[in-house]
Design a protein around this ligand. Structure first.
Ligand code: MG
Length: 450
């Protein structure tokens, strides 16, 4: 029975780990934590969405929360509406890039961002102990439907880009919305930017046309469509539309790491300031920040809440993650594929350059991601050995250990949900990246006796 509980909420296979009872309990737990206030509720397009969402709604109302149901909208759209509707929190029923058999429940704070671990753990404690504060019949929360999210989200993005300039460019764009929650708003945005839109997988029916994670192997079809139509760019959203991957005008998948790098370049061109990114995000962001007048890059532990917090605490002009997640605090404090599309097209219009030219202007790195089995008990021992053997290097220990050498970096950390350690390395070429990873993996292997 698969049910994964993490700081961002829970996920499971519908009908196995994730049942209506579990969803209702989770709604009760969040309603108990909020002590019966206003909550925004949203869902992606999965066929199980109405059932799971309905169960969450019942749990919230049973604990006295009024529920504003946005229906099918993106995660960033939901985050925006929390603030617009003066709600105290939000729930998004989505399993993000997991296949359609899965669903999940993601919680957002009254500020519209993911909860920090201490609060997420408090809510988890209420869920697991079932210590719910149910209210009597007269105090039960009321549920109402709330429209207008897509319009308001698109307006928010438009107010921070030069729409007229993009309209004059008249870009031909392919958007793959994977039949997820980003299709309707995505189309509205690109049309408002004067794009000639070829919209594929635009039906909000939750039948994912390909494996949802926006990686190279899953987007071969998009690459072909971009070539066939002679489009200038191809965009791919994930099912809840917080992440964005891109394909260039030659039909080449350019990788999710470039989404943040290019969006940051556009923001920093007019509003220089600090940037935040997690420890596993490419050095490209450092290069972009350096070219824009040596701006500071704050590195955070992995997890959207950490990046969002760093953005807000340090007054960053932009932040994000290498998985195609761009956070523009002027719009919402979560990853937002709408913001990312607006900023990248704005950059193309401002510079008059093609996507492949813009990509070529950023120094190229090679990133390698590996994982190896490691029990939760052994993680500390591995990290201790890495720390001991590499003590004379530049180390960041805020989440596992990241070691920075002049030629590249390696980040090694234990998973919170599986008995594995992840090891990510990046350098100017493949051989160098492999060599750096080998050095750190060698230390782990000695500790684990493998
Ligand atoms: Mg997502």
């Amino acid at each position: 029975m698969t049910l994964i509980i993490s700081v961002s909420g829970l996920r499971g296979i519908v009908g196995e780990g994730l049942t209506p009872q579990v969803a209702c309990d989770y709604g009760c737990a969040f309603g108990t934590y909020l002590e019966g206030k206003r909550v925004v509720l949203a869902r992606d397009t999965r066929p199980s969405g109405p059932t799971v969402s309905g169960a969450v709604k019942a749990g919230l109302a049973a604990c006295g929360c009024d529920v504003l149901d946005l229906g099918v909208v993106s995660t960033p759209g939901a985050a925006l509406m929390i603030r617009r509707l003066d709600a105290n929190g939000g729930v998004v029923v989505t399993a993000s890039h997991n296949p359609s058999e899965w669903n999940g429940i993601k919680l957002l704070s009254g500020q519209g961002w993911a909860f920090p671990p201490e609060i997420a753990n408090e809510i988890r404690g209420i869920f697991e102990s079932k210590s719910f504060r149910l209210v009597g019949a007269l105090y039960m929360g009321r549920a109402s439907d709330q429209g207008g999210t897509h319009e308001q989200h698109v307006e928010a993005v438009l107010s921070h880009v030069d729409a007229d300039r993009m309209c004059r460019s008249g870009f031909k764009v392919v958007l793959d919305s994977i039949n997820g929650a980003g299709g309707e708003g995505g189309a509205r945005l690109l049309q408002a930017l004067g794009c000639e839109l070829i919209h594929v997988n635009a039906e909000p029916n939750g039948r994912f046309a390909h494996t949802p994670e926006p990686t190279a192997e899953n987007l071969k079809g998009l690459c072909e469509i971009v070539r066939e139509h002679g489009a200038q760019i191809g965009f791919a959203q994930d099912p809840d539309a917080d992440r964005l991957a891109m394909v260039d005008e030659n039909g080449v998948y350019i990788g999710e790491e470039y989404t943040l790098a290019l969006a940051a370049r556009q923001v920093l061109a007019s509003r220089p300031g600090p940037v935040a990114a997690n420890l596993s995000t490419s050095r490209m962001i450092d290069e972009v920040a350096r070219s824009a007048g040596n701006q500071t890059v704050y590195r955070t532990p992995v997890g959207e809440a950490h990046v969002a917090r760093a953005v807000l605490e340090n007054g960053c002009v932009i932040g994000g993650e290498g998985n195609g997640g761009v956070i523009d605090p002027r719009v919402v404090p979560v990853r937002d594929s709408f913001v990312a599309m607006g900023l990248v097209l704005d950059l193309m219009a401002a510079t008059g350059k093609s996507l492949s030219q813009l990509v070529a202007e950023i120094p190229r790195f090679t990133m390698i991601k590996e994982k190896f089995p490691c029990s939760q008990e052994k993680i500390a021992a591995v990290l201790e050995a890495v720390r001991g053997e590499l003590a004379d290097q530049r180390l960041n220990e805020s989440d596992g250990i990241r070691i920075d050498w002049p030629e590249g970096w390696v980040h090694v950390r234990g998973s919170n949900t599986e008995p594995i350690m992840r090891i990510i390395g990046e350098a100017t070429d493949q051989a160098e990246a492999e060599e750096l990873i080998r050095r750190v993996r060698g230390i782990a292997e000695r500790v684990l006796g493998s």
